[in-house]
Design a protein around this ligand. Sequence first.
Ligand code: GLN
Length: 479
Amino acid sequence: MKPFLSIKEIQTKIKNKEISPQDSLYFFRKRLTKFAPKLNALIELFHEDSTGEKESKEGLLGGIPGVLKDNITQKGRITSCASKILENYKATYDATVTTRLKQAGGIILGRANMDEFAMGASGEFSPYGPTFNPWDAKRSPGGSSAGPAAAVAAGLVPWAIGTETGGSVRQPASFCGIVGLYPTYGRFSRRGLVAFTSSTDQPGPLTRTVYDNAILASILSGHDPKDGTSISKPQQNFTEGLDGKFPKDLKIGIIKDSFESDGVDPQIKTVFEQAVKEIEKLGAKTKIIELPELKYGNSIYFIISRAEAASNLSRFDGTLYGNRIKNAENLEQMYVKTRGEGFGAEVKRRILMGNYVLSSGHKEAFYFKANQVRNLLRSEFESAFEDVDLLISPTTTTLPFEIGKEISDPLALYMADYFTVPMCVAGIPALTLPCGFSKENLPIGLQFVGPRLSEGLIYKVAHAYQESTEHHLKTPSGF
Ligand code: GLN
């Protein structure tokens, strides 16, 4: 087998009996064993006799393995969230996404590295060490789904499932030159995804092609009665409309900040302008769309995500889950020491901030206000979609940064989410895919954003764009 085959290509080879599901499994296990340590992409690679790979080879993913970010539960296995507090915590049930992947014949080969509790944008906030970008090992693969993105980009597995709260699938996908989706909030089940910001958290597929991403989204979609925020829509086949053509009379809005903001790297602007031309050539009408509330996305997210994180993470106190400190003299000391030793610095910063914005006297000024502005942003997107079918922008404002450079400046890291956070706050779908490279050969991502439940249209348009360009065919060297 050649490296860097897509799920679709492997499916065809298996169907034509050119290779067996065993060949595919053997091949990817070997690649993970050889290269995952070099990228520090995995926290754990599963042993052959523990994955059920001998039994389950039926279904869409039969014999085509992937990895899960380590905040998605797999029954009987550790779910650490890359936190010391959960380093030995074994999950008692499969997340709904895990169940659905297994039912589709997917073999899960490992737990992928990430920023602790999915808080970060560089993969550096992990007690297991940073993950490295396959395009340049000095650089970050983005975060917090750092391991899943790096593993797929290096062709170690054809798919991975990450999670996104405010950019954590799309930003690493963009930094690694692959495809990543943030779905409509509630489209994919959150059951078994360890909560960070419950009102924006969603699992999201990472793949090398748009078509493959649509395969994964089809598997993950469908109502989950065990998740109170799951949308009551049946499973959908997102590969159906992918004919390589734009729909007739497609109208695309270009988010104005893509060109005008000083914060966007000039190389990203140039590559993005080229992408706009390609999209126009494919027959779409474009126009600039101004979204004045967009600039508040980060502030809204900052407050809401900290508030919800403080509340969600209060359950990790040594009594119910995970590690408990041994030599405490009383209950309070047990809580304080367990949390003090178990959480890393970034998680602590967020819990402190979250409790502050929720505390009496500050709740009205911060938390309630943030929710009001959140509604404004939501309705601003809604009005934009009365005018255009989809919006586009660069996925990130910066090229993949060097490891160690941004970590000392949390504010700079937060700003990296400028173009990704607003969609999470509004709960609307967005997909990133590669649209070119910088002079240093670093990938640059373009995102398509749509109204609620427009994943079908997003996949159709993004697939047509991808089929007419060659950016996704380039692979990092050394793998
Ligand atoms: N970078 C964002 C943060 O640090 C996004 C995290 C996420 O989407 N999980 O919170």
